[in-house]
Design a protein around this ligand. Structure first.
Ligand code: NAP
Length: 499
């Protein structure tokens, strides 16, 4: 009888690691791969889920897909020739991320089902003491790849918990609940909702979509990538790179042409979106409900070819009034009307501030991250934090994008962290952290650029903003400009502590 080989798992470290990465999504895996390629093997990625993939492991709702073309949404150093569509679906992206583990021999560097519960900087020993639900760890350098869209935003609707039917958030889809023939309510009309609604509308009995603010929607033009094209990309990598280049520069041009401001480009895109609505929705009353009352680009612009058509189905109702409360059997509106429901889906997005500060991190002199962020969530160049030596964040504050692939931002940040690690080795440093002055200067420049941006001036509120209305999520420029700002770390911006 042949024995089944035991699954390979990361051995639990018994001495301080060179690098500990929190989270095995795009950020954490990119960091791990590039560390190994740079000769850093003393590395562990801890992931609370039972599989790698981060948001692409967790968001399994029907219709989940990426709204950035697949070739552009892949890591530059881990291309994939055989994406099956222009825009990949969640299963294909999750499989790509899982395959990276084998492709880059990461198995022994990833500890799954391991949640970090806290981290404290030990100044005397110049290392991070990290608590996990599997035991303590120590590391010279701590990298957060925890992501910003993680902590579900549960709306404060009165009576929410009195609803007796199944109720779940899009990021925790309950696949055990059969929707066939059921009366299903969906609250929210963001990027998640516009994918869920067309995916489930054909199977449910009735669907009521509760809209607070209509989104701007533009055409998606998604297509399958046939076997010939895939073979071409496999045989001729230059063709794949050329396509990725075109996809990248088309999006960069939008930012360069004023995507971040109310501009001529805004008016052009608004006209295209209104045309899309006119072409897909014949009923003027429904069209009126779907007309956004703010400028395009203020919230994330949504791309879809099947969202508007789904709303014209006879079994779908768009409810644009305000919700008063939930009852055990449905949703009651402010005007007193009632929608009886069997299942309720919260497509209500994420709490960015809570996501970023989820794990209690304590830096130098007992400085608590949540307190350091009392005034405003911020990081030096979006990556490092004054008061938190040897701590780096991937996709940290103000490094998300509205116009291009965030994978490009992650890669720029990973290289910046690697440059810091190389400098630490070369100069035999115990610790590195940005100076408060450099961080404040960076933040002041950022604020100046954000103040006139479309996210602040476009007449909307969005998840990009904190409770005080400041944009803490997006980078206000091109990817090229961000990459340039990270290319050569300026060591005068850092406190370098010798070993
Ligand atoms: P979201 O964009 O924040 O949308 C949340 C929706 O819920 C909004 O329509 C919001 O209305 C509504 N809402 C919140 N609280 C409500 C309440 N109390 N009553 C009624 N409506 C309420 O969240 P999301 O759709 O999950 O998307 C979040 C981000 O994830 C996206 O912007 C994107 O970056 C990413 N994402 C990407 C993809 C993709 O690549 N295709 C897919 C999904 C998610 P208001 O507009 O009035 O606030």
């Amino acid at each position: 009888m042949t024995e089944t080989p035991a699954p390979q798992v990361a051995p639990w470290p018994d001495k301080p690691l060179a690098v500990l990465v929190i989270g095995a999504g795009f950020s954490g895996l990119a960091m791990a791969i590039r560390c190994r390629q740079s000769g850093i093997d003393d590395l562990l990625v801890v992931e609370k889920a039972g599989a790698v993939g981060g948001t692409w492991h967790e968001n399994t709702y029907p219709g989940a897909a990426c709204d950035i073309p697949a070739h552009l949404y892949a890591l530059s150093f881990a291309p994939k020739s055989d994406w099956t569509r222009t825009y990949a679906g969640q299963p294909e992206i999750a499989a790509y991320l899982r395959e990276l583990v084998e492709r880059f021999d990461l198995t022994k560097h990833v500890a799954l089902s391991t949640a970090v519960t806290g981290a404290v900087w030990d100044g005397a020993r110049a290392l991070w003491r990290v608590e996990t639900d599997r035991g303590p760890l120590e590391a010279r350098v701590l990298v957060s790849g925890m992501g910003a869209l993680h902590h579900p935003a549960v709306p404060a609707i009165p009576g929410l918990h009195t609803f007796l039917g199944p109720l779940f958030h899009t990021s925790a889809w309950d696949h055990g609940v059969a929707l066939q023939g059921k009366r299903v309510g969906v609250i929210g009309t963001g990027a998640s909702a516009i994918q869920v609604v067309p995916a489930i509308a054909p199977e449910v009995g009735r669907l009521v979509l509760f809209q607070r603010t209509p989104p701007w929607v533009v055409p998606r033009n998604d297509r399958p990538t046939g076997p010939r094209m895939r073979a071409l990309f496999r045989r001729l990598p230059v063709a794949r790179r050329a396509l990725r280049g075109v996809q990248f520069w088309l999006r960069e041009a939008q930012a360069a042409l004023g995507f971040t401001r109310v501009s001529g480009l805004t008016r052009l895109a608004e006209a295209a979106s209104r045309r899309h609505l006119r072409q897909q929705v014949a009923d003027p009353a429904l069209r009126a409900k779907l007309a956004p009352p703010y400028r395009l680009g203020c919230k994330r612009v949504l791309i879809s070819d099947d969202y508007y058509p789904a709303l014209t189905r006879p079994n779908v109702t768009l409810e644009a009034g305000a919700i008063r409360n939930l009852t055990p059997d449905g949703v009651t509106m402010m005007d007193g009307s009632h929608h009886p429901l069997d299942v309720l889906v919260l497509a209500t997005g994420f709490d960015v501030t809570a996501s970023l500060a989820r794990v209690p991190v304590v830096g130098r002199d007992g400085l608590i991250l949540a307190r350091a962020w009392g005034e405003r969530v911020a990081a030096h160049r979006g990556v490092a934090l004054a008061g938190f030596p040897n701590f780096f964040m991937l996709l940290g504050p103000n490094t998300g994008l509205g116009h291009n692939s965030v994978v490009l931002m992650i890669e720029a940040q990973v290289e910046y962290v690697l440059a810091c690690l190389a400098e630490m080795r070369a100069r035999k440093l115990a610790a590195i952290e940005p100076t408060p002055e450099a961080q404040a200067r960076y933040l002041a420049e950022l604020e100046a650029r954000l103040s006139g941006s479309i996210w602040q001036q476009g007449g909307c509120a969005s998840w990009y903003q904190d409770a005080a209305g400041r944009n803490i999520a997006l980078w206000p420029g091109t990817v090229v400009a961000y990459r340039r700002s990270l290319r050569e770390p300026d060591w005068s911006e850092f406190v370098l502590t010798p070993a």
